[in-house]
Design a protein around this ligand. Sequence first.
Ligand SMILES: Nc1ncnc2c1ncn2[C@@H]1O[C@H](COP(=O)(O)OP(=O)(O)OP(=O)(O)O)[C@@H](O)[C@H]1O
Ligand SMILES: O=C(O)c1ccc[n+]([C@@H]2O[C@H](COP(=O)([O-])O)[C@@H](O)[C@H]2O)c1
Length: 298
Amino acid sequence: MSSETTTSSPPPQFSNPPNYQFPAHRLSHVLRNPDKQPVVLVACGSFSPITYLHLRMFEMAKDYVRQNTDFEIVGGYLSPVSDQYKKPGLLNAHHRVNMCNLAAEQTSQWLMVDPWEAFQSYQRTAVVLDHFEHEINTCLGGIAVPSTSPGEPETRRPARIMLLAGSDLIATMSEPGVWSEPDLDHILGRYGVLIIERAGADVDQAVDTLARWRHNIHLIHQLVQNDVSSTKVRLFLRRGLSVRYLLPAPVVDYIEQHGLYMDDGPSPHSAAGAVQAEREKGKEKEPGASSSAAAGGC
Ligand SMILES: Nc1ncnc2c1ncn2[C@@H]1O[C@H](COP(=O)(O)OP(=O)(O)OP(=O)(O)O)[C@@H](O)[C@H]1O
Ligand SMILES: O=C(O)c1ccc[n+]([C@@H]2O[C@H](COP(=O)([O-])O)[C@@H](O)[C@H]2O)c1
């Protein structure tokens, strides 16, 4: 087992949202190349709404990893943040998760959406990465490595969990008071990060400040500059402008169907849509039920 995935601390206790099941339907359970280290990419963010750029981040990371590292990507996850993050423009988690699912299932062969952090209290990114480590390496037992010679038993190798983020996020890591020092050490020292260059964020300065973890920070340049953001998409929608071809078509259709992002906050439309979304899933909660998180086992 590599040092990155070994821990001496006691196993973490996680609280799962009600009826939670870790999505692993697209995880590659067997490593294609036994000489490689399996890696799972995790993108944390608001995804309000998800754009093509969020999806492109994974493709850029895939190319980078293939060309520059000894990793093999075995899974990619979008992890939408909890409603408790309370960022302006943050739509109800049910809608954000639904839109991410539409985008992942209908435009990609390998991306998955983990609703674990979305459907509960706010979880720090360090804890989110620990959750993936727990699900993939403890509960699922890591990734199978095919034997290279006849008679040799199959072995299992822990997947390395890595954060995938835009350079604006890494820039916040050197802003005082945003991230705690132990969390930065945990995220960058233990897991590592793949950073997609983003116009307007001074990535070099950010990485200089985080120099002690430089070996675990991979910078990926955008060869085709794309500065679409969820903020711009929300602005377009408020002004009645088209967002088609900035987002996957099923996401645009979903936004139109539910009348989302027509004003600054959660609109009566979107609130009604959220209740409807809950009903459709047959999981409408009783008042106060949100605190009934289940203890997270395997
Ligand atoms: N155009 C982009 N280039 C590079 N990274 C991006 C881009 N858009 C989003 N990201 C990254 O995607 C992740 C999730 O982002 P988030 O959901 O906050 O999107 P956003 O477009 O920045 O949202 P908002 O505009 O609401 O702040 C973050 O790591 C962010 O840096
Ligand atoms: O864990 C932390 O301390 C922490 C501090 C700042 C931001 N984050 C995460 O970073 C993501 C930022 O998303 P956004 O939309 O604000 O760019 C979101 O998933 C947050 O939970 C996490």
